[in-house]
Design a protein around this ligand. Structure first.
Ligand SMILES: [Zn+2]
Length: 546
């Protein structure tokens, strides 16, 4: 068993328990609450002089690395605020620990993820953190949509065929950034036209690469062309004219198209934002639903019809045979979660006719791809109506946040228990106080007896012994009383924490309904391990509740 203790103290404010004290309390807790824990199992990590806001605390980072390497079973700290500055930070941390099977204990708040109430709180803390991340992402997107509507290019790699002319500074996610206007570079644009024309005629990326290599034509950044480089150009929405077919193509792809359909009049090209996730994962492509597509102010290079044709050809000719950028079903919430009972993930498939539900969503069903591949020989699972299943699963998941859901009941029970236990602890304490007083009285009596005795040897020794015994008993009782009081306080702490979570839980349903489809999908993936369809019923497996 390996137990980490983390402690932090800010040097600058000088506030808070000393590091030594925090560690001593942690050690004491471990000894009393973790079965079989010995001194040699404990490793201490301390940071002094760092604030909670700074997650670059060196020992903290070291410890997290060690935890990620799997070198830890328990993480114990004195108080939650030792670890991070807000609920979202903490929830992220606790989520990480949970994934790595590390139990997390904070003594002051009685936050212990090895108990049911600790788990329930963890569940909601995780949900809230996710909501916060999504709200931030939403703000960034709103900001981008605003800029997209104005046709601004936000920099990054300038596409072949254009130069970026700096215009003015705009604010993106609170940071001042230059915005650009794309100006035509006619020589380069000829290369772009050549690429599209060649590909539409011959459908060979390699043919184009070979041509460029033999003619010494290099990329904008001076590198030799590769098939990937050519394909990236062919797939770049910036070359697509903002006409009706172009509009329709990105609309069908599920992108967020930020213009009126009438604006797609063929006078300009398109711009697309958020095709890759920002900052940290530069090369990770976002799914088309996340793309923000708008009308730019530069001329389009090829018609929407040809652009869409090109994309379909690229998808068909993809080397892996996979549906490369093949439009996904934009409404199916359970892709990636729903399993056929034969073990294969089920896929959404649109109804062949353009049927829509009452809510205006395209109707679809989930089917087992294994059944499709084997023509029903290895699996004969009937399809399931997708829109209905999605809404049933959502309703079920949301029930967890309703007033009488099992998790709310656990929380409520926790609050009740906390009160009850505090009451019983108080009763026990007053009993102890009584016992202590009784003994003190007795001791006083004995002392006065002793005074009156006149000092006869054996008698004095006997009484002295008795007083000593009573004194020892009193000390033990006092210890017990201190322990009771401390436990009562921390129980109250955990009850208060559960009470704090309630209002946030009750507004959760509204928050969920306001999320976009892809956000809802991400959320469901966080909560649900899987949903298994057995032909008659769909069984939900909630994460962490097996
Ligand atoms: Zn199947």
């Amino acid at each position: 068993m390996v137990i980490f203790i983390y402690s932090r103290k800010s040097k600058w404010t000088g506030r808070g328990e000393s590091v030594e004290n925090q560690i001593a309390m942690c050690r004491d807790y471990i000894q009393r609450n973790i079965d079989g824990a010995g001194e040699s199992d404990i490793i201490e990590y301390e940071d002094e002089g760092y604030s909670g806001k700074n997650t670059n605390r060196p020992r903290f980072q070291e410890m997290m690395q060690e935890i990620r390497n799997g070198g830890c079973n328990y993480l114990v700290c004195y108080k939650l605020d030792r670890l991070g500055r807000n609920l979202a930070d903490l929830a992220n941390l606790v989520e990480t620990l949970n994934k790595l099977n590390v139990s997390f204990i904070s003594i002051k708040e009685q936050f212990d993820t090895s108990t049911p109430i600790g788990k329930a709180m963890l569940y909601f803390a995780g949900v809230l953190a996710q909501m916060e991340r999504e709200q931030i992402a939403e703000r960034v997107r709103d900001n981008m949509v605003m800029l997209a509507r104005k046709g601004r290019w936000l920099g990054g790699n300038t596409p072949l065929g254009f130069t970026a002319e700096s215009e003015e500074r705009v604010s993106v996610n609170g940071k001042s950034k230059k915005s650009f206007c794309l100006a035509v570079d006619e020589t380069e644009l000829q290369t772009v036209r050549f690429i599209f024309k060649e590909y539409l005629e011959k459908q060979s990326l390699m043919g184009i690469v070979k041509y460029f290599l033999s003619h010494g034509i290099r990329t904008k950044r001076g590198n030799e062309y590769t098939t990937t480089a050519v394909r990236d150009i062919l797939a770049n929405p910036v070359y697509c004219t903002a006409d009706q077919e172009g509009y329709q193509y990105f609309w069908d792809l599920g992108c967020q198209v930020c213009m009126e359909q009438e604006e797609a009049d063929g006078t300009c090209g398109l711009i697309a934002y958020a095709k890759t996730s920002s900052a940290r994962y530069k090369n990770k492509s976002n799914s088309p639903e996340k793309w923000i597509v708008a009308r730019g102010r530069h001329p389009g290079v090829i018609s929407g019809q040809d652009f869409s044709k090109t994309q379909n050809l690229l998808a068909e000719n993809s080397p892996k045979g996979e549906g490369w950028r093949k439009p996904q079903n934009p409404v199916a919430l359970l892709s990636g979660i729903l399993q056929c009972s034969c073990g294969h993930l089920m896929r959404p498939k649109n109804y062949s006719s353009k049927q829509v539900t009452e809510a205006g969503e395209r109707k679809f069903s989930y089917l087992c791809p294994y059944k499709a591949m084997t023509h029903g020989e290895k699996c004969a699972m009937p399809n399931i109506q997708g829109n209905t299943l999605d809404s049933l699963v959502c309703r079920e998941v949301l029930r967890y946040t309703e007033e009488n859901s099992s998790i709310c009941r656990i929380l409520k029970k926790g609050i009740g228990q906390a009160k009850e236990t505090k009451g019983s602890k108080a009763t026990a304490e007053s009993f102890l106080v009584q016992e202590i007083q009784n003994r003190k009285k007795e001791m006083q009596n004995l002392v006065s007896v002793l005074a009156k005795s006149g000092g006869e040897g054996a008698f004095v020794r006997q009484i002295g012994q008795e007083i000593q015994n009573l004194d020892k008993e009193c000390a033990l009782l006092e210890q017990e009383r201190a322990k009771l009081r401390e436990e009562g306080e921390s129980i109250q702490g955990s009850g208060q924490q559960a009470e704090l979570l309630f209002p946030q839980i009750s507004s959760f349903c509204n928050l969920f309904n306001a999320l976009t489809v892809s956000e809802q999908r991400e959320y469901l993936r966080m909560v649900l391990d899987k949903v298994v369809w057995d032909g008659e019923a769909a069984h939900m497996f909630i994460n962490g509740c097996h």
